[in-house]
Design a protein around this ligand. Structure first.
Ligand code: AMP
Ligand code: MG
Length: 407
């Protein structure tokens, strides 16, 4: 039996030769959570014109060098309604936030520093009482960006900030990577779909939902194929239904028990096995291989193991397929909140919670039970505390790496 692979080595093999999915154009409304496939240059200059940043009066700065100053109001410029004349010496235009600066004016006096008076001839005078005539209240054309500026790079995930920026840059469609298709199969004679009644010896298939959710959050298009029973025929049928997916994920049946038929069935279908045994806890029987153009990840059935392996291995694979930097920016450092016992030969991902620490680093404490069949402690946890193989006893207060669970 080959010795188990380290987590890093397994991740190297999973990511080996992975190319980003081809690009496609999507409307900007549909671009959220996609990944840019090309550099994004601004099509527009923003702001497109000098604009007032405040409500007040557009003036010539030279006219308000000495205060108080009396100016003649000759019109108004509001957002979307520019003033089409020009401000001459001794003149001013009432202006509002976001409105275009009229020609001739180069400063804004905020309204708090000025007042209006009617003159004898029915004209309106603006008396500027205080304030320096600086140019700070004007957002000059191109203050944010200029047409041609490249503001977003390929591989950038389009989140709320990126989608707003891309829209302001003038883009109606974006070229993004196609989402990798992930097909998920539950395996086991004991499993029943969520919401269904459970008979003797049966349990709910719960893991597939968490795995689908994680994969979707990472940017994949997800499909649940269904439950395969622990027979060669049933497994073969489900794997046939998953064919063509970019990543096929099976849950359970991947170790070496009498009912663990995932490996043999996949090999019969032509899977080229890369590994099936890693030095990790939870999650020892993890299988990875290639089946045609699909990558196949055989996860352990235990609820915690399957979700931890999804976070540690599937999410980076999906990132790579999306053209993103695949690896987590490790290590995120935290301080041990308690003494942490020495570790055995397998890298341990302990379920843990974080709290704010006095020195700015989070303080991390493992949850009470680390049994890999228990979902409720996993739901309490907000991170995984990574214990390298054979890590010695780590005292409270020492620095330890963590992997945040929510992302
Ligand atoms: P296996 O890897 O198939 O031996 O499964 C290990 C354990 O995980 C067993 O207790 C299974 O009942 C359980 N299990 C397997 N698949 C699922 C699933 N989809 N949802 C919840 N538990 C599962
Ligand atoms: Mg099973």
């Amino acid at each position: 039996m080959p010795s188990p692979l380290s987590v890093d080595e397994a991740l190297d093999r999973i990511l080996d030769g992975v190319a980003a999915m081809p690009a496609e154009a999507v409307s900007i409304e549909a671009a959220h959570r996609r990944t840019l496939a090309e550099p994004l240059a601004a099509l527009l200059t923003q702001p497109p014109f000098d604009a007032s940043a405040m409500d007040g009066y557009a003036v010539r700065a030279a006219d308000v060098m000495r205060l108080p100053a009396s100016l003649t109001m000759i019109g108004e410029s509001a957002a979307g309604h520019p003033f089409d004349g020009s401000v001459g010496p001794g003149q001013t235009v009432r202006i509002f936030t976001g409105a275009s600066m009229p020609a001739g004016a180069d400063a804004v006096v905020i309204q708090e520093n000025a007042g209006q008076e009617k003159s004898g001839h029915g004209a309106t005078k603006v008396i500027v009482r205080e304030g320096s005539p600086d140019h700070g209240h004007v957002r000059t054309r191109g203050y944010d960006f200029r047409a041609g500026d490249v503001l977003l790079q390929p591989g950038r995930r389009v989140g709320p900030r990126e989608v707003s920026l891309a829209a302001a840059m003038g883009h109606g469609t974006l070229r993004v990577h196609r989402r990798p298709r992930v097909a998920v199969i539950s395996t086991g004679d004991e499993l029943v779909l969520p919401g269904g009644p459970t008979g003797p010896g049966q349990i709910i298939s719960s893991n597939h939902l968490g795995i689908l959710a994680l994969a979707e959050a990472a940017g994949a298009e997800v499909h649940f194929i269904g439950i395969a029973r622990d027979t060669r025929d049933s497994l073969a049928e489900r794997f046939a239904q998953a064919e063509g997916a970019d990543v096929i994920v099976s849950i359970g049946g991947a170790s070496v028990g009498d009912h663990d038929l995932v490996g043999p069935v996949l090999r019969q279908r032509g899977m080229v096995l890369s590994f099936w045994n890693i030095a990790m806890r939870p999650g020892k029987p993890l299988m990875f291989g290639r089946l045609g153009t699909s990558r196949v990840l055989g996860l352990p059935g235990n609820p915690v193991s399957s979700l931890v392996c999804t976070r540690v291995f599937l999410v980076p694979l999906l990132r790579a397929l999306l053209g993103q930097p695949p690896r987590d920016a490790l290590p995120v450092q935290a301080r041990a909140g308690v003494d942490i016992e020495g570790n055995g030969p397998r890298q341990h991902y302990m379920r843990a919670t974080t709290a704010a620490g006095a020195d700015g680093l989070p303080v991390v404490s493992p949850v009470r039970s680390q049994d890999s069949s228990l979902l409720s402690p996993l739901a309490q946890a907000d991170c995984l505390l990574i214990r390298p193989p054979r890590a010695p006893l780590t005292p409270k207060g020492a620095l330890v790496p963590i992997l945040p669970l929510d992302f």
